[in-house]
Structure formats: structure tokens, C-alpha cells
Write a protein that binds this ligand. Structure first.
Ligand SMILES: Cc1cc2nc3c(=O)[nH]c(=O)nc-3n(C[C@H](O)[C@H](O)[C@H](O)COP(=O)(O)OP(=O)(O)OC[C@H]3O[C@@H](n4cnc5c(N)ncnc54)[C@H](O)[C@@H]3O)c2cc1C
Length: 475
């Protein structure tokens, strides 16, 4: 390991990986170091697959940490765009910094890298324009917008292989990588980034070490959102109040979702149901998929979902998320989300809680016995039957129930009483880190990319933000 780098990157999610990849193309002489608290991609595995329950891997959850970050076990749905669209509706706000047309070009370029490393060249959601048009019309009548964009689906197990190839490529091209090493602090002097303080996570007794670099890029994803909040407070990095997305993972039969699954693979519906008018959206839809759980900071168990290319269930799962903003006098969206998650975990004895939709309408909890005969068999076996309405706020709950009613008029059976709601599904973004068009923060030489600082919200945009970061640094 060298002592002085041109660029140090915190995290090894898609943002960091694609930044390093692009650096190898633009300037082979630059000395780059990537630092990741989790493991190499080939050493990451989630025991839930084998033993059916989350064991809260220490020191870090294998689903969210390690080479390729939250991307390794993600379903690998790369959200592309429609040529005729004048804006981006999913994936984040990269286009706000570099413009819509430039973002489209960047996504084409990044998609090509995914293809070069083994992504399937088939695109989902491009064949059935007429059928999708009909669903769009129905949605519009209910006040819902349907976003249909082409999706490239890697599949969880294929994503692993693809990222392994990228890991090998970066090593072969002299990118230094430190695994199982946490960045504890940033070294900032006179408002300029100078390096990072790191510590080996396997040896708590080990001394913290300082590494210096001319530029430091923060690419810590949602997993690092907490750490980033602390860094912003400590080093006075400028932020603005962000958003927290709170909701449920909804599981229903493939049969009900068959048209959406067939025509689009993933239908992204957005609404603003009354009386609050909050933004409610579906996200991360997994046909014939499996609900999963992941562990975040402070041991919080959150729900998520994925689907495999080869292994199938009979259920589709998707997130229904409500965006909540806070500014005055309370301006801590992460804190709010964490409290909601904590309460739900307590109700579930440390686990995700699952409840039938019909039980919510009936005003009762769900019992484990009732799930055994429920038509929709839960795919997350570690979820505990209970009552999510005790912990999800009135506003969030009302938004979700109202949205489900609207969706039922677009997709018959969407409000079937036997459908399942798992909670908490929460997307933590750090308070939005203020960055300029080169992604530089208010600290000279300190940059922020990907999901962590709030710029992106998905694999493709996070990856593309990395490519652009490399270009910014090489200009
Ligand atoms: C189960 C699941 C399914 C998903 N499915 C999809 C999908 O189908 N499509 C889609 O577009 N998106 C999906 N996502 C979201 C997607 O994975 C993320 O948007 C994307 O990975 C963000 O990339 P990133 O580089 O910003 O951060 P991340 O991928 O989160 O990587 C950040 C990395 O930084 C590391 N880190 C954090 N703090 C520190 C520190 N202090 N020191 C050292 N390392 C640190 C973390 O361990 C992590 O490995 C899914 C996510 C999950 C969890």
C-alpha cells in the first residue's frame, strides 16, 4: 500500500467500482485506493439462505457491505430510460448536476460496461407498448402515474458473478483495495480534504492508521448514511434537509401481478393520495421473488426483496414507500426513520413484522397460525406475525392504505385481504450533501457520489455517478 494517493474512495459499492473502472481507462498513472469495511465479493454470503433466519452477521451485514455494496445481493435491475423522456423519474438526481442529455449518454456508456462484464443483453419492458399504454390510462384515472422504462435484469446470482469479474479487473489494473477496513474519520485541514483514518474491523485493538490523498471521494451508500451524518456534523460539511422513505414490502400472488410482470417486469407507480398528498411509490418489484431482510446500523432489521434468474416463488413482492420531509423545528429524517424501525423491530422481537392486509382493515394483529393457511405464503420465513399499525405512523399508514385502494382499481386483486405487508422497509439517505456540478462538497478535494450523499437511488445511477466522478477528476 502506498502512503500518498491521488484518489482515496470510501466504500466499494457500484459508485466506487465504476469510478475506479473509468479511472483505469482515463489515466493509468493515477494512484487509486478503495477502502471497504465489508468483505471481497466472493466471501460474501447471507446465512438466511441456508438456515432461514437472519443471524445479524458481525461486524457487518453481508447483504449491504462488501465489494459491490448493496449491489451484490440486489436483484440487479438496471433502470435505463426512454429516449423521448425529457426528465428522469427513477434512480436519483444525477441529471440535476450534469443535465438530462448528458445523463442519458452516461447511462448508455455505463450500461455497455455492464454488458461487457456479462450482463444479459435482453431488455425487459420494451415489447408491449400498447398493453402498457392501457395500464397507464387506467392508472391516470386513479391519479397514479405509471413510469415504464426499459430494465436490464441481472438477477441476484448473476450480479455476484459480474461484480467478481469487475473486482478481478480492478486488481489486474493496479487499483489498490483494502477490505474489512472501516474509514473512521476524514482528515480535513483548513477546509481541505487530506486523507482518511482507517481501522481494521477484525482487530479492535489495532491502532487507527492515517492515509493521505489529494482527493477523497465518499461513496458509502445507504449503509454509510449514519456515518456520513456524523462526518458532516464534525467537519461542517454543508448539507440540506433530506428525505426518508418509509413503508412496507408488499407480497401478493404472481397471478394478480401477471400482466405487470409480463409487460414491464417492474411497474413503477407513483401517486399522491389524500388527505396528505405525500409522494407514494412502488419500488423494486420482484416477480416470482423472495422477501429478504437486511441489517443496518444499530442492529436494525429492515425488509427488502429480490428475485433470482433461476429460483422462483409463486409471489411477487414490491416496496410501497412514502417520502417524508422534515425541516422545522425537527430536521432529522434519519432519526425519525430509525425510531420507526426500532419500534417495529421491538414488536417483532428483533425481526421484521408481517401482517395481512385484511387484518389491518379488521383492526387486529395477524397470528402465526393464520399465516399457515393464508393463500399468500410468506417467503421471508424469519418475519414475525404481528401488527405493524402499532409502529408505522398514522400518516404513513393512511398513505399506504389509500395507495393500495387506488392500485386495486388498476390491478384487480392488489387489495386482496390475504396480501402481506412486511415492515419496516425504510430507505435511509443521508441529509442531502451539498455538492457542485463536479460533485465537490463544501470541503475542497472532498467529493460525494452514489446513494450515500443523497444523489442517487439505484444501481444504474450510482454506477453512472462513479463514471462521471472519474471524468471530473481527470478533467
Ligand atoms: C436487497 C437489495 C436489493 C436491491 N435491488 C436493486 C435493484 O434491483 N435495482 C436497483 O437499481 N437498486 C437496487 N438496490 C439498491 C442498490 O443496490 C443501491 O442503489 C446501490 O448499490 C448504491 O450504490 P452505492 O455505490 O452508492 O452504495 P452501496 O452499494 O451501498 O455501497 C456502499 C459501500 O460503502 C461501504 N461503507 C459504508 N461506510 C463505510 C466506511 N465508513 N468505511 C468503509 N466502507 C464503508 C459499505 O459497506 C458498502 O459496501 C437494492 C438494494 C438492496 C439492499
Amino acid at each position: 500500500m502506498k502512503e500518498n494517493y491521488d484518489v482515496i474512495v470510501v466504500g466499494m459499492g457500484p459508485g466506487a467500482i465504476f469510478m475506479a473502472y473509468e479511472m483505469t481507462k482515463l489515466d493509468k498513472n493515477k494512484k487509486i485506493l478503495l477502502i471497504e469495511q465489508g468483505k471481497r465479493v466472493e466471501d460474501r454470503n447471507c446465512p438466511i439462505e441456508k438456515i432461514g433466519k437472519c443471524v445479524k452477521c458481525k461486524p457487518f451485514c453481508n447483504i449491504t457491505s462488501g465489494f459491490s455494496g448493496a449491489g451484490a445481493f440486489s436483484d440487479g435491475k438496471l433502470s435505463l430510460y426512454n429516449k423521448e423522456d425529457e426528465d428522469f423519474y427513477v434512480g436519483g438526481n444525477l441529471h440535476k448536476y450534469i443535465g438530462v442529455e448528458e445523463t442519458k449518454k452516461l447511462i448508455d456508456y455505463t450500461d455497455k460496461i455492464y454488458l461487457d462484464f456479462g450482463a444479459d443483453d435482453k431488455l425487459e419492458g420494451t415489447e408491449y407498448k400498447e398493453e402498457v399504454g392501457e395500464i397507464k390510462k387506467k392508472a391516470k384515472k386513479q391519479g397514479l402515474t405509471l413510469i415504464d422504462i426499459p430494465i436490464r435484469h441481472l438477477g441476484t446470482e448473476k450480479a455476484h458473478d459480474l461484480y467478481k469479474k469487475l473486482e478481478d479487473y480492478l486488481e489486474e489494473n493496479n487499483i489498490d483495495m483494502l477490505f474489512e477496513t472501516a474509514v473512521e474519520d476524514l482528515i480535513i485541514q483548513e477546509n481541505e480534504a487530506k486523507g482518511v483514518k482507517i481501522r481494521n474491523v477484525k482487530n479492535k485493538e489495532a491502532q487507527a492508521q492515517e492515509i493521505y490523498g489529494n482527493n477523497v471521494v465518499i461513496a458509502v451508500g445507504r449503509k454509510g448514511a449514519n456515518w456520513l451524518v456524523d462526518m458532516c456534523e464534525k467537519h461542517k460539511i454543508k448539507t440540506e434537509a433530506g428525505v426518508v422513505d418509509i413503508g412496507v414490502r408488499y407480497e401478493l400472488s404472481d397471478e394478480v401481478m401477471k400482466n405487470i410482470n409480463k409487460y414491464m417486469y417492474e411497474g413503477k407507480f407513483i401517486g399522491r393520495p389524500g388527505p396528505f398528498g405525500d409522494k407514494v411509490r412502488t419500488f423494486c418489484q420482484n416477480p416470482s421473488g423472495f422477501v429478504s431482510s437486511e441489517v443496518y446500523d444499530n442492529n436494525l432489521s429492515l425488509v427488502n426483496g429480490h428475485s433470482y434468474k433461476d429460483r422462483k416463488s409463486k409471489n411477487t413482492n414490491l416496496a410501497i414507500l412514502v417520502s417524508h420531509h422534515f425541516n422545522y423545528p425537527f430536521d432529522k429524517p434519519i432519526e425519525y426513520g430509525r425510531n420507526v424501525a426500532k419500534n417495529l423491530n421491538e414488536l417483532g422481537n428483533g425481526n421484521v413484522v408481517v401482517q395481512r392486509l385484511g387484518d389491518i382493515y379488521r383492526g387486529k394483529r395477524t397470528w402465526e397460525e393464520e399465516l399457515k393457511t393464508n393463500k399468500i405464503e410468506p417467503t421471508l420465513k424469519s418475519a414475525v406475525a404481528g401488527d405493524i399499525t402499532f409502529a408505522l405512523g398514522y400518516r404513513t399508514m393512511t398513505d399506504i392504505l389509500q395507495f393500495i385502494r387506488q392500485m386495486d382499481k388498476v390491478v384487480e386483486g392488489f387489495a386482496n385481504p390475504e396480501n402481506l405487508l412486511y415492515a419496516p422497509e425504510i430507505k435511509f439517505y443521508s441529509n442531502q450533501v451539498v455538492i457542485d456540478e463536479r460533485f465537490e462538497t463544501s470541503i475542497k478535494g472532498l467529493y460525494s457520489i452514489g446513494d450515500g450523499g443523497g444523489m442517487t437511488r439505484g444501481l444504474m445511477m450510482a454506477s453512472a455517478s462513479g463514471v462521471q466522478m472519474a471524468r471530473n477528476l481527470c478533467k
